[in-house]
Design a protein around this ligand. Sequence first.
Ligand SMILES: NC(=O)c1ccc[n+]([C@@H]2O[C@H](COP(=O)([O-])OP(=O)(O)OC[C@H]3O[C@@H](n4cnc5c(N)ncnc54)[C@H](OP(=O)(O)O)[C@@H]3O)[C@@H](O)[C@H]2O)c1
Length: 408
Amino acid sequence: MLQDNKTEITRKIGCGYEVVRIGVRDLAKPRSLPSEVFTNELETIVNDPTIDVVLELIGGIDPAGALVEKAILNGKHVVTANKELIAKHGSRLVELAKSKGLDLHYEAAVGGGIPLVQPLKHQLAGNDVLKMMGILNGTTNYILTKMQVEGSEFASALAEAQGKGYAEADPTNDVDGFDTAYKISILASIAFGKQVPMDGVHREGIRSITKTDMQYADLLGYCIKLLGVVQPTEAGKVLVRVHPTLLPKAHPLASVNGVYNALWVHGDFVGDVMFSGRGAGSEPTASAVIGDLIDVGRNIMAGGGGSAIPYGTGMQTSSIDELTTAYYLRIQVTDKPKVLGVIATVFGDHGVSLAAMEMKTLDQGRGEIVFLTHPCRERSFCESLKELSATNTIETVCNWFRVESAVA
Ligand SMILES: NC(=O)c1ccc[n+]([C@@H]2O[C@H](COP(=O)([O-])OP(=O)(O)OC[C@H]3O[C@@H](n4cnc5c(N)ncnc54)[C@H](OP(=O)(O)O)[C@@H]3O)[C@@H](O)[C@H]2O)c1
């Protein structure tokens, strides 16, 4: 992109630029640029006094974190795509950059090519964010779309994603929700002005979703998506959570399929806004990185000062037990009289009321029942489940998921 769009990028920054060095691990790998530009001694980049801006595109904490810090201490602006680094150390590093009049930008860390960080920092900043929900991981969205459209089970959809290069050999980071957790915590930190600690993010992945759940969800008018969700709870606290969610087909996020990502924001003045596009891949990511680089270049040309926007530390987070939402529950029961009565009584005793139900007869005197509840406290729902599991009415609690409504 720096080569192909050089004329336009130069015009927009207001001066020329030169790629001085590219740090890599393996110098023997074939590259499309002249070999003299590459080095595997990354310290030489962050210590080079002729370099103004460092783009950190290594990933992970070590050695990227120390290199970013060294670059800032040596007076260099930094652009990074590193979600883990920003989610864990963003507040401290941005503060450090700001204190030195430097920029530290990280648009590519969340949503690849989709502008999310800058709109939250600027255009939406005057709003109280009442809720944000994002499909922030292309791998899991690809897998869930396959399961929904083609009726695949999780394992075969994952294998296909791996075959196409959308999922890594070790898919943990994606399918267990870590990647989404980093991203939603960064967005929450910007929106609410303090870094959300990673251990304050409730995280569940998509491994437990089955084709059967997808089919019932479809029948009831929902799809299942891995969402990162943030909403304020009591004053000064937020609930940040990542988990599979039944989303009404009418919700704008429900039509975001395959490797596409999206963020839906509900602000008190702006109302509902949704951003969507390609959340990963080299070209969309380059688009975000170079956008940040142009911003840095413009700031340098304007005389410096930097436009990093610091946020504090120690955002307080609420427990998932405090959540109030609707639930989907799939259970298998012994097909005998009064089963429904027992279930309704246990739910009713915990203040959980039922909104919809689907039933199917299985083999050998067994039945499968799916319930949707009205919104209730997570704690009450889980207590009902515990009590139901202890009765001899229910054979198996197959699965349960949280359910979003069509409007905020
Ligand atoms: N890929 C995406 O779609 C995407 C989207 C948004 C954000 N990001 C973020 O971008 C960053 C990079 O991801 P990627 O997918 O581009 O990873 P990648 O393909 O593995 O590239 C990493 C690059 O960093 C170099 N590198 C890694 N460790 C190094 C070390 N210890 N010393 C020197 N060089 C090292 C590698 O060198 P070699 O070439 O020699 O291996 C490679 O060039 C991550 O923070 C990721 O979260 C990626």
